[in-house]
Design a protein around this ligand. Structure first.
Ligand code: NAP
Length: 303
């Protein structure tokens, strides 16, 4: 029987694990087969506090794992396949094993949606990114494109325009889905341009992004554009498949957190990108990891 079972091992889950295990709560982290979350897919992280020269995403996660382990957190590197929050103790199934916990912290994160191109996977971290806040500074005075037409795409373009020489938003329709205020800002920004009714066929380049091949959706005409970076901003998907019938989710599948970290089930808490589609930063996820651990501790103490 664990005091706390944490599902997820990104910055939220591992920060929570450091706090709960340091508070002498018996802690299990169901880390996932692909442990570490989205930072495992990035290279240099320059905006996580405390690393003045920056740190590689996988190294940061490795540090967080070892920090949690140092205080006695146990980790299993496999996926949670089912949960049962209908009675206490709560049950978390991992393959053929069922773990029991007095409380559960749900922190499985969200996954960026990708276009699904072979060239996109090959050039990930070599000019292909899903986070301008993380990576825009690497493309000072270069040419970038952003794919998408929602709030994220426009925010990415505006973030990039502070660094790059020019940024083009590539959208598959002739209208943006983004909020009016963001649209206005982007239309006013002299560095931001738009390519409408176009879909990405291939990202060009052998070891680094050198350009992009596009197709007009109406005429099927193909054309190429040179650029140094491609930011994919076509939305995120919260990793909440196994929680669907157990806790309250919003229409997009994000956990509805009340009073900061509480879910619709008493004793089950949520942290990180699975309940926060707005900020989606490693440091904000780590921050909610701290909050959720303190809330779980209070719950276990009966406060
Ligand atoms: P989103 O609103 O779902 O927009 C995704 C965009 O990507 C859409 O324009 C969509 O095109 C396009 N797209 C989807 N799949 C594609 C594909 N395979 N190929 C090319 N384009 C594709 O996602 P989001 O922008 O990440 O926003 C998610 C939520 O977070 C929204 O509720 C948003 O309001 C919120 N958010 C808010 C803020 C803010 O308030 N500052 C910032 C970021 C996000 P179509 O338009 O044709 O469907």
């Amino acid at each position: 029987m664990y005091d706390v079972i944490i599902i997820g091992s990104g910055p939220a889950g591992l920060t929570a694990a450091t706090y709960t295990s340091r508070a002498k709560l018996k802690t299990l982290v169901v880390a996932g087969a692909m442990w570490g979350g989205q930072l495992m897919l990035t290279t240099e992280v320059e905006n996580f506090p405390g690393f003045k020269e920056g740190i590689l995403g996988p190294d940061l996660m490795d540090n967080m794992w070892k920090q949690a382990e140092r205080f006695g957190a146990e980790l299993v590197f496999d996926d949670a396949t089912a949960v049962d929050f209908s009675s206490k103790p709560f049950k978390v199934t991992v393959g053929s094993k069922v773990y029991e916990g007095k409380s559960v912290i749900v922190a499985p994160g969200a996954s960026a949606r990708w276009l699904g191109l072979e060239s996109e996977t090959r050039l990930r971290g070599r000019g292909v990114s899903v986070c301008a806040t993380c990576d825009a500074a690497f493309f000072k005075d270069k040419k970038a494109v952003v794919v998408g037409g929602g709030d994220s795409a426009i925010e990415e373009a505006l973030a990039l325009s502070k660094f790059v020489r020019e940024v083009k938003v590539i959208h598959r329709r002739d209208k943006l889905r983004a909020s009016k205020i963001l649209q206005e800002r982007a239309f006013k920004d002299p560095k931001v341009g738009f390519i409408w009714n176009s879909s990405v066929q291939e990202i060009l380049g052998k070891d680094r992004v050198e350009g992009i091949r596009l197709r007009k959706v109406d005429s099927n005409e193909e054309f190429e554009l040179t650029c140094d970076a491609v930011f994919i901003a076509i939305g995120h998907k919260p990793n909440t498949e196994i929680f669907k019938d157990q806790i309250e989710l919003d229409e997009k599948g994000y956990i509805i957190a009340k009073d900061e970290t509480k879910t619709s089930v008493e004793g089950v808490f949520a942290a990180g990108d699975v309940e926060d589609y707005r900020y989606r930063q490693a440091v904000t996820a780590a921050g909610t990891g701290c909050k959720v651990a303190l809330d779980a501790q209070k719950y276990l103490e009966g406060a």
